[in-house]
Design a protein around this ligand. Structure first.
Ligand code: ADP
Ligand code: MG
Length: 258
């Protein structure tokens, strides 16, 4: 789904990132248009998580540029020169970017609804009454109205991950990053989380999704990107590239995950 804006929601150019002597990302170029879902796949250690973490600046980058909704991440331009942003400014840039991880990281001593209310109350300054109203709506959206007062330990992994998604949405993100959101779940719980993500995509959310769920990529993805060895080796319409993978390493990878 596109909304006709010329500038993509995410624009990545010549992104390079190293850890010590190991270059993990070796020149990534990627556009995610508004309202689109890009699925990122690739072997373990290929740099997928690092790529997502660079987008919301949880990692510093070594070279290249990343824009989110037209804003250059991590830098401010002053007098024709680029300056590193101060931490407070970086927080402001990061705020509209939601991230959901493999592990749910809910606050264990807070109920589901308190987890969802936390960000709006503490970061956005929303009143508790209003935050509760919004959190109630969000829990309904992820199918957990009846679990609002449960603690994380009383919820299944799939329910916890849905609370984590609701908590992210409570911050009103314009971009959602998902890093293998179903990899830690028992197989029977995967679909309930993918269903929430499918609804979110249908609502027009722009999403970058690292996943091994090729069915989801085929159904929901607007673009599929195969990363191997820190470069994008193959990309395109998920239905086309999955039906006829061109790259040998991509074919081998698909043989392992499908
Ligand atoms: P993927 O998500 O595709 O499995 P990652 O992006 O997590 O891959 O990691 C890519 C490579 O970078 C791996 O070799 C990993 O060990 C290394 N790496 C990731 N994070 C760090 C870090 N903070 N310090 C050192 N090496 C790291
Ligand atoms: Mg990873």
């Amino acid at each position: 789904m596109t909304t006709g804006q010329a500038e993509p929601m995410v624009k990545i150019r010549s992104l390079r990132k190293r850890f010590g002597s190991v270059e993990v990302l070796k020149g990534i170029d990627l556009d995610v248009p508004h309202g689109q879902v890009v699925c990122v796949v690739g072997p373990s250690g290929s740099g997928k998580s690092t790529l997502l973490r660079c987008v919301n600046r949880m990692e510093t980058i070594d070279s290249g540029r990343i824009w989110v909704d037209g804003e250059l991440m991590g830098y401010a331009e002053r007098g024709g020169r680029l300056h590193l942003l101060a931490p407070a400014e970086l927080c402001r840039q990061r705020r509209p970017i939601g991230m959901v991880f493999q592990r749910f990281h809910l606050f264990p001593h807070r109920t589901a609804i308190e987890n969802v209310m936390e960000g709006p109350v503490t970061v956005l300054g929303t009143s508790r009454a209003e935050a509760r109203r919004q959190a109630t709506e969000l829990l309904e959206r992820v199918g957990l109205s009846d679990r609002a007062d449960h603690y994380p330990a009383q919820l299944s992994g799939g329910q916890q991950q849905r609370v984590a998604i609701a908590r992210s949405l409570a911050m009103r993100p314009k971009l959602m990053l998902f890093d293998e959101p179903t990899s830690a779940l028992d197989p029977e719980l995967v679909q309930e989380v993918l269903a929430v993500m499918r609804d979110l995509a249908a609502s027009g959310m722009t999403m970058m999704v690292v996943t091994h769920e090729m069915g989801f990529a085929r159904e929901v993805g607007d673009q599929l990107v195969f990363v191997d060895g820190g470069v994008i080796v193959e990309r395109g319409d998920p239905r086309e590239v999955l039906a006829a993978p061109k790259n040998d390493r991509f074919r081998t990878f698909l043989g392992q995950v499908l």
